[in-house]
Structure formats: C-alpha cells, structure tokens
Design a protein around this ligand. Sequence first.
Ligand code: FES
Length: 578
Amino acid sequence: MSTTPPARGISRGLTNYGDAGFAAYLRRSFIKSMGYTNEALAKPVVGIASTPSGFNNCHRAMPELVEAVKRGVLMAGGLPIEFPSMSLGEVFLAPTSLMFRNLMSMVTEEMITAQPMDSVVLIGGCDKTVPAQLMGAASANLPAIQVVTGPMMTGRHQGERLGACTDCRRFWAQYRAGKVSDQEIVQIESSLATTAGTCAVMGTASTMACLAEALGMMLPGTAAIPSVHADRLRAAERSGALAVALIDKPIRPSDILTPKAFENALRVLLAIGGSTNAIIHLTAIAGRMGHRIDLQTLNRLSDTTPVLVDLKPTGQGYMEDFFAAGGMSAVLAQLKPLLHLDALTITGETLGQRLAAEAQAAIWSDAKMIRPLNDPIDPQGGLVALHGSLAPEGAILKRSAADANLFETEGRAVVFSDLDDLARRIDDPALDIQPNDFMVLQNAGPTSPSGMPEAGYLPIPKKLAQAGIKDMVRISDARMSGTAFGTIVLHVAPEAAQGGPLALVQTGDRIRLSVAERRIDWLIDEATAQARRAQWQAQQASREQGQAKRGYRHLYLHHVLQAPEGCDFDFLQDPSKS
Ligand code: FES
C-alpha cells in the first residue's frame, strides 16, 4: 500500500500531461521565472482571492490589505500567492450586480480548486462580493477565511454628517420634492462617499460582513473595522497567519457552515436591522451546503429576536459608530442567550468559547448604540416574510424601515409593467395616483430582463412628494438596497416574469397588506384571475423571443432560482453532486 503523503503547496493538483513528474518539473520551472527559491516553493501555499478593480471604489484599499495578509502568511511560515477572482462594484454593473454574483462564486470556487493552494484568504467587501466568495468557498470546501475591506468613514455637508447610501436617497428624495437645489445636489454628490471602503451604513455590504463573522468564517471582532483604520490591516495580517495554521489543523467551510451557524446569522441579521438582500445571500450560501433557510424560520426568529443596533438606514448611527461602540463582539454578547454557542468558528473555538474569552477581557461596549437584550430598540426583528394570494411562495418586508401606520391597510393597485414603464410615467402630472394607493412594479424579478435590481424602492411620484408624502405601500419582485427605507414589499415569488400572480395584477385591483397576519393578498375573484392568466400565457411566446440566446446571460436565465431559494443556479446547490 502506498504511504505517499498527499501533495501540498505548489505540487497540488498538477496539470495533466499524462506524466506527473514532468508536470511538477514544468510547474516549478515556470514559477521560478517569478523569482521564487526552492526554499520558498517548499512552503505550504495560502491563496489570496483578491478583488481590486478600477470599477470598484469599495475595494480601493485592496493592495494594502493583500500586503498585510501576505505579511501574516510569511510570518507563520507559509507562501502567500495572490490571484484575481473577479470584482463586482455595485453601481458599475448593468443591469444589476446580483446577476453576476453567481458568476463570481463560480470563478472563486473554480480558482480555489484548480490552482495549487492549501488554504485561502478571501478578500471582499462590496455587496455581492462577500456572498459570492462565501458561496464559492463553501462549494470548494478548502479551509478558507473571509476578510472584508471594511466600511467607509462619513463625509460632511454644511456641518452635517453624510454616509453612502441612506443619505444619498434622503437627499435625492428632497431634490425630487424641490427642497434641494441643482447646485446643492452636486455639492452633496461629492460628500457622500469620501474614503475607501464599503457603504457607511448597515447596508448589504456591512450586513454581509457582520454575517460572515456571525457564521464563524471571519476573525472575531473584525467585521466593522473601518476601511482606513490600522486595525483593518492588523485583522488582515492575523487572517493570513491563521490561514497557515488551518493547513495542518484543517477547519473546512463544511465544519462551520452548519444549520446552527445559519440560525445564528439570521438572529444577528434581525438584531442589527440588516439588509433584506442578506436573506437571499444567506439562503444561497446555505444551499451550497445542502441546508435550506425557509421563510417560516425567518418569521419564527424575527418574532423572538429584538433589534439592538441603532444604525442607519433604520436608526441614527453609521458603521464607524458601530465599530466604536463594540461592533459584533457587543452584539453577540447581548444575543448570547438566543445563540447556538456550540457553533464552530474559524479559530477553532466555539462561539461560546469566543464569547467567554471576550467577557473575561471585559471588551467595552456602548449601550446607547448597541442596546442590552432587556432594553432593545424594538422587541421584534426588523424583517418579516409575507405569504398570500399575491405571493404564494413568499415576499419580504423590512418592517423596521417601514411606516407602521401602513401595516394593516388595503389599497387600490397602481401598476407599472416594468422599470421602463415606471420611468416613463412616475412623474407624469396626469398619473392617476393617491397617497393611499399601492404602487405595484412588475417584471423586476430574477429572470426579468432587469435581473432583480434594487428597484423595489419605487420613488414617490413627484406630485405626491411635493405635497409632502414620504411613504406609500410599494410592492414588487425586485430587491431593495440595504440602505433604503419605506413600506416596501420585496422579492414577491413567484416573480411576474414566471407568471406569478404579480404578473396578473392590473391598475384598479385591490390589495390587502396585513403585517400582523404576515399576509399580502390580491383581492380578485377566481374567474377574473383565470382569464388574465390565459391572456398572460398567450403572450408568453413573444416575451421569450427577446431573451438572451447566448453567453452567461443565457446560462443565468435558464438556471437562476427564485428569491426564496437564494437566486443561486439550480446546478450549484446540491453538494452531493460534487
Ligand atoms: Fe459598494 Fe455600497 S457600493 S458597498
């Protein structure tokens, strides 16, 4: 029986020429062209999945983070090798970054498995990059540790603190209402995003950073360190060193990403008032491990998890305040009675051991920003799932960002058939709309041409905004930016492009919302619904004619799942097929 140890370091996964000795010799000779010595090439290899891009402002600090990770790897006796793995800058991608999250996850997975590395450090930041990296790392199942670029610092405008992107939306709404001038909006534009890093509020990027830590895939206490803070570089260095330790004592994503870890992450998502997008991403990451996050679980946890963190978009503070107030260590310490403390983390400690060590170290926290469990901002979580005849497979409402006066209401639907129709008519002075109507946007779901953009935050029609209306019930199969707010029902499933009931709603129909009953219902008689369905089906062939016939968009269209399944590709979800 052979006792040859498994290949490691640069000798892993040799290129197949039908002669392993030749392949190893050829690889060594080529890598030596980069100046490596035999001593360096004898070390275990830590891959660094790096994601800088001129189209990603949030990753501006990537070069120094990579340097810090490399320093940590070298100090611990490994050989760091950086590799590119795509970058997704939220506002630079059309039609939407979500369409490319799965592509980035595939690139991440394949580059981890195809290249010779013994463990990997993933460096992401902007909204879709961290979920894409976690999905890819989960599927690759090599020891992996997540690092994030960290949040931006706030800017200033006329003495007021500003942070992307809740304040972007607030000022834009004021501009639309005629309360901010053309000149001032240009000044504001220069003050919203002023440093390297991800959006300065608890948007999707910061939410996913916090959840990566809650899942156990990131070093303790590192999710919220600002991008420009020296601690961010120290976290990167320590992550590099830990990645070397993980080679001889492997902890794999499959050891960490368990159902208990996902339940912990959902608790944290609710307690921090995090982004609705995170439900889609967590579901997709869980799916890579063969675990399912259902919307009933979300509601059960939401009813029993208080909101503890006072941050924009639902509260007052910014991520720099959250970090100064104790960050994730403070949140987890407060949530401790609700968490699965036996969940394993990347350091080899359980969550309970981590919290015990931090309690002993008496880490400072600010109870004004991160409230105690017995004095929460809200006794219930910020997110709820709705079901009903308009959303048989579910929809999401961020109740913490909504107007509670609209929670138990019925209204007349005012329907926009897609984003072009919305853009064309929303500010038409002749638009027939009242403040108590329900605005409905169709064809903005995952398989629509728009690819499920963050368009669920439908603007208040200009004439109503100018009359002082700040919120209305808005319903769509789109997503919403984690930095937005309002009474907005999102992720309606099945989506309109797949013939869900949302596709059949017409202006003048009645819709009833009941947050107490967790319902969203289309009040229509069966015969009318059937007739509209027959009409929708008759028009389906002409809709399919305009769909992508080639390339990634063709792959996406034919394999993307609906929002309650995380919008992952159907062929990536089942780990037993690996
Ligand atoms: Fe990158 Fe907001 S645009 S995190």
